[in-house]
Design a protein around this ligand. Structure first.
Ligand SMILES: [Zn+2]
Length: 468
């Protein structure tokens, strides 16, 4: 498996620290609003990386945080006259709903920054002790030049940074030892949430959060650290400086970054009026279409979002879903078990497309080529599967398409929604069966409903049901 490593600017063979196990950290969103489609790209892309590694039999410990204390959250809380906590909790919940609709698996752990303050204070204290940080008037800064490898991820030179990046000079420049130093801890302003620390009542800087959460849940050294390419500098560069200075070890072996998402070839921004939340897209399309669209390009390429491209993705996805539905239909009609010689040849051709799919994924997760392999498989199935085909052929073709789509997180079989009237008729039948002491039939009906995601509850007022 080859992975492009931002650190070395090369595709490298993926060798985990521990055989068969992957420790992976993906920077999560700051939760002050619904996530936008730019936030969705890393979620989908790195969920797909995880899924492929799991398909290959690796055990992935996947950690992705929520930044739940931040200026934007505080601003929103003040606007609404509620607490920052309320804002953060609300949008964490909404984000998790969007992730579910995008078929992004929940992380092994989703840490919250505000739950990890003790660890941050400990790491900052450690950095001060080691001479990598210093306090001035309640603020703690990282002594950037002390970390000799600073700039190794973004491939930036410290002196260029100093002369080129004026913004670094703006805030607190007067009290910093060096304009390149960045904040680890800052004192509260009036009305802001705060935590007690040896330096001031205040809160952590953004970068220290990820260093600490990664260390706590994955250890001092991890295999993959990932996020959008806008995080390379300064966020990930600073994370490396903090973690490697504090732990004395290489932090992450592979750094993966996804490319930008543009809207109609322009940068997405509220002021341009081309800003979309995932929720808004979900009103127009099944979010599976958004996922399929995102994976139709290589994750490192810039991706352009437009109505036409979404339509194309919708049609592409429909082709796959229809092929699977057709196979299901034929499976119901098929009466033969055994493969004919001709069918054996079809299956070996199908196997070649599976190999092609895997080769594409092994090459730095080239999902665009992987999807092409699925389309070839679909075409093969459409040409060869007939009502007279054997069950074995139909089952195998279906299994291959469904399995490969699942690696990409694409759902090929829609759960058929049961009509309310059908549910109620079955409940009535179950009641009658129970009255007649036919408990086998009653249980059968309960299970049948459960399979369709309908949960029954026997209450004093009778049976109530809900959709899971
Ligand atoms: Zn981060």
């Amino acid at each position: 498996m080859k992975v492009y490593n931002t650190l070395t600017k090369k595709k490298e063979e993926f060798i985990p620290l521990e055989e068969g196990k992957v420790r992976m950290y993906v920077c999560g969103p700051t939760v002050y609003n619904y996530i936008h489609i730019g936030n969705a790209r890393p979620m989908i892309v790195f969920d797909t990386v995880r899924r492929y590694m799991e398909y290959k039999g690796m055990k992935v410990n996947y950690v992705s945080n929520f930044t739940d204390v931040d200026d934007k959250i505080i601003k929103k809380a003040n606007e609404e006259g509620v607490s920052s906590e309320e804002i953060a909790n609300r949008y964490i919940k909404e984000c998790k709903k969007d992730m579910e609709d995008l078929n992004v698996k929940p992380a092994t752990t989703h840490p919250l920054a505000t739950q990890e303050i003790d660890g941050m204070i400990a790491m900052i204290s450690d950095l001060i002790e080691r001479g990598y940080a210093y306090e001035k008037n309640g603020t703690v800064y990282f002594r950037t030049r002390r970390f000799k490898e600073y700039g190794k991820l973004s491939h930036k030179n410290l002196d260029d940074l100093q002369s080129g990046n004026r913004s670094l000079l703006v805030s607190g420049a007067d009290e910093k030892e060096d304009p390149l130093d960045f904040v680890l801890w800052k004192p509260k302003k009036e009305g802001e949430p705060f935590w007690k620390s040896p330096w001031s009542d205040g809160r952590p800087g953004w970068h220290i959060e990820c260093s600490v959460m990664s260390k706590k849940y994955l250890g001092d050294q991890i295999d993959i650290h990932a996020g959008g390419e806008d995080l390379i500098f300064p966020h990930h560069e600073n994370e490396i400086a903090q973690s490697e200075a504090a732990n004395g070890k290489e932090f992450a072996h592979y750094w993966m970054h996804n490319g930008f998402l543009n809207i109609d070839n322009k940068k997405m921004s509220k002021s341009l009026g081309n800003f979309f939340t995932v929720r808004e897209i979900g009103e127009k399309y099944d979010l599976q279409v958004l996922r399929f669209f995102m994976l139709s390009a290589h994750y490192r390429s810039p991706l352009n979002f437009s109505a036409e491209l979404m339509e194309a993705a919708k049609n592409g996805l429909d082709r796959i879903v229809t092929a699977v539905a057709r196979l299901n239909q034929m499976l119901k009609a098929s009466t033969v078990e055994e493969l004919t010689e001709e069918e054996k040849a079809v299956l070996s051709e199908a196997e070649e497309f599976v190999t092609k799919f895997e080769a594409a994924m092994e090459d730095d997760f080239n999902t665009a080529d992987a999807i092409s392999a699925i389309f070839e498989l679909v075409k093969l199935s459409n040409i060869n599967a007939k009502e007279t085909s054997s069950k074995t052929l139909l089952t195998e073709l279906k299994k291959k398409i469904v399995t490969l789509c699942d690696v990409l997180g694409i759902i090929t079989e829609k759960k058929e929604e049961m009509l309310d009237s059908d549910i109620e008729a079955l409940i009535e039948e179950r009641q009658a069966a129970r009255k007649a002491k036919n408990f086998t039939r009653a249980d059968e009906i309960r299970n049948q409903l459960l399979e369709k995601g309908i949960i029954l509850e026997d209450t004093r007022q009778g049976v109530v049901w809900k959709r899971a």
